[in-house]
Design a protein around this ligand. Structure first.
Ligand SMILES: [Zn+2]
Length: 209
């Protein structure tokens, strides 16, 4: 089979299923929320071939944006956290971008770059992540990137929950689309009594995050 440059969502979903990165069942989060599906994206990135297909597909979506293609190779690819690091490396390679940075959440909860970064040394950037559930990690990353005096020129995730924003607002400029390979309509139940799987008596599995 010829690899497609941008596989359609159902093909990406099949990759996630096959690798165990997407599962259906009955999951309970530490927050007490119940959900019938669970994404554990790092499972898709433990296979080099799979990781490459996903990252190349995302990079193709970036290449179609003129502001990004014309800025290459002087571009930084930035991950909001550890989950996005393999995405950042894969996208960087596919685009031949110059820099990679990643952030982490410190003990106090504040998101910081893992690398020591001087103001002005980070190229115009793409923020990439494996999954966007609420958009919170991306927003925090946009904030620290702007503090570094760097412009965000693109943003993308492998999976985006439809409840998360599909664009970044930019002061005094056009919003930046958040591209993704899959837009997933996630189901959540805040209380067990509302959960359809509880009603059906499906065994629960507790998950960490
Ligand atoms: Zn339940």
């Amino acid at each position: 089979m010829m690899p497609q440059l941008i596989p359609p969502p159902e093909e990406v979903m099949e990759i996630l299923r096959k690798t165990g990165a997407y599962r259906e069942g009955h999951f309970v989060y530490p927050s007490g929320q119940h959900t019938p599906h669970y994404f554990q994206m790092p499972l898709a990135f433990r296979y080099y071939d799979t990781a490459r297909v996903l990252a190349v597909a995302l990079s193709r979506k970036f290449r179609t944006q003129k502001e990004i293609s014309s800025a290459l190779p002087k571009v930084a690819v930035i991950s909001p956290g550890p989950g996005g690091i393999p995405v950042a490396f894969g996208v960087r390679e596919a685009l031949s971008a110059e820099q990679i940075y990643w952030a982490e959440r410190e003990a106090g909860g504040k998101r910081m770059f893992r690398q020591y970064v001087n103001v002005g040394e980070v190229n115009p950037c793409l923020i990439v992540d494996d999954i966007s559930r609420t958009g919170g990690a991306i927003d925090e990353t946009v904030e620290i990137v702007r503090q570094m005096g760097t412009r965000v020129i693109g943003c993308g995730t492998i999976v985006r929950f439809t409840g998360a924003p599909d664009r970044l607002e930019v002061p005094n400029d056009d919003p930046i689309p958040i591209v993704s390979l899959i837009e997933f309509d996630a189901k959540w139940y805040d209380k067990a009594e509302d959960c359809a799987e509880c009603k059906k008596g499906v065994p629960e599995e507790n998950v960490r995050f």
